[in-house]
Ligand binder design. Sequence first.
Ligand code: NAD
Length: 426
Amino acid sequence: MKIAIIGLGHVGLVTACCLVNWGHQVYGFDQDEKKVKQIKEGVPPFYEPALDQLLQDTLASEHFLVHSTLTEAISQCELILLAVGTPISTEGKLDLNQLWQALEDLVSLPILPPYLLIKSTVPPGTTTQIYHRLQDRVEDVICHPEFLRQGNAIEDFQHPNRLIFGLHHEDSQAVIQQLYHPFQKKSHLFQYCTPASAELIKLGANAFLATKISFINQMANFAEQVGANIEEISIGLGSDPRIGPQFLQAGLGYGGPCLPKDLTALSTLAESPLLASTTQINEQQPHFLLQRIESELGDLKGCPIALLGLTFKPNTNDLQASQAMYLAELLLQRGAIVQAYDPVIKDTPCKQLQLAQTIEDAIKGSKAVIIATDWEDFQQLDWSLLQRFRISNLFDGRNLFPYKRAQKLARIFRITYHSVGRPTIR
Ligand code: NAD
């Protein structure tokens, strides 16, 4: 098929490369000329494992053409995928400015492809509103929410656990089957529903995941008070198939470009006290670790601290709504001298934050070490380094070390090990 993708951010670019891999011809367009130039040169504008090679192969195949005008991108296409950003506004609503702008640009064109698929996350009613605007000019406008996870985006695209389509006409299923031809024999993956349901499935999925994280974090904080161990509790809860083990790891809380914003959007729309509490618990979570650090180290003014990890999760260079960054800011506000190390971050907007080139450089001269992002590199942390640099406190904000292993290492290297919802090991 000939497909146009409008918006070549995380979603649009990964989708473009993967669709070419399935034999489609893709025409990409982004209003950001710098981004377009970078993509044409084969350099992804963000970090995503394996994407640089995939992008270079995709461009070399000549089945992915990146354009700097919308007209060029959509001429001759059978469908458009719209993947522009929908950030959160100050009123806690999804800001649809990019979407309406893209729509106006489309409306001004003489001919439109028959199908428009909305991949951007939008509030219920938006897809149908667009359909009414374009009704005389297209066959259907379909809500097709995206569920890829940053850091695992290619794999998620190639192996989806569901494909949701909010349609206005049942006939549109034929074009969807053509688009997703590798899954034609896996009909269980396809869910067809109303556009409003599809829009709410997306917001509901992220709100539910965020709520699961806040739930386990609240349990962890209580476990700490009563001397229980959240690692054991998570195993016990997660082995009930009605609950499931995922998103039950206690830690500093969730962040990133999607969970907080989608949760806030739904919370505002539905006026939900449950979702408002989810946000509140998440905002509090770094403060619990901070209190622990202060009660162990005392006044943090002038205290050098190593912070391992800045991104909101591993395998991404995204700092949006990162709890690690938030903790760094709290430490700096207390007057601590924060030496941070992150495997992919070489610069941050926070000028007070000192960035080290290696874990060793971050640790050297520090009074304590904090793990703030669960990068795999930190699982391999050499505890003898801590001993060598006379660090006596390790604060594991992501429960990266299984408790039994931490007990062994803490004993060998004489470190006091603090984590979230598990007893301190001294
Ligand atoms: P992004 O901000 O990385 O990319 C959006 C792109 O759209 C930008 O490159 C921007 O320049 C471009 N753009 C904006 N207006 C345009 C216009 N009028 N014409 C052409 N290009 C335009 O966003 P993203 O992370 O790719 O997310 C896109 C959508 O998908 C959002 O609604 C987001 O909530 C949703 N989503 C994101 C993820 C994720 O992990 N990033 C996952 C699932 C869903």
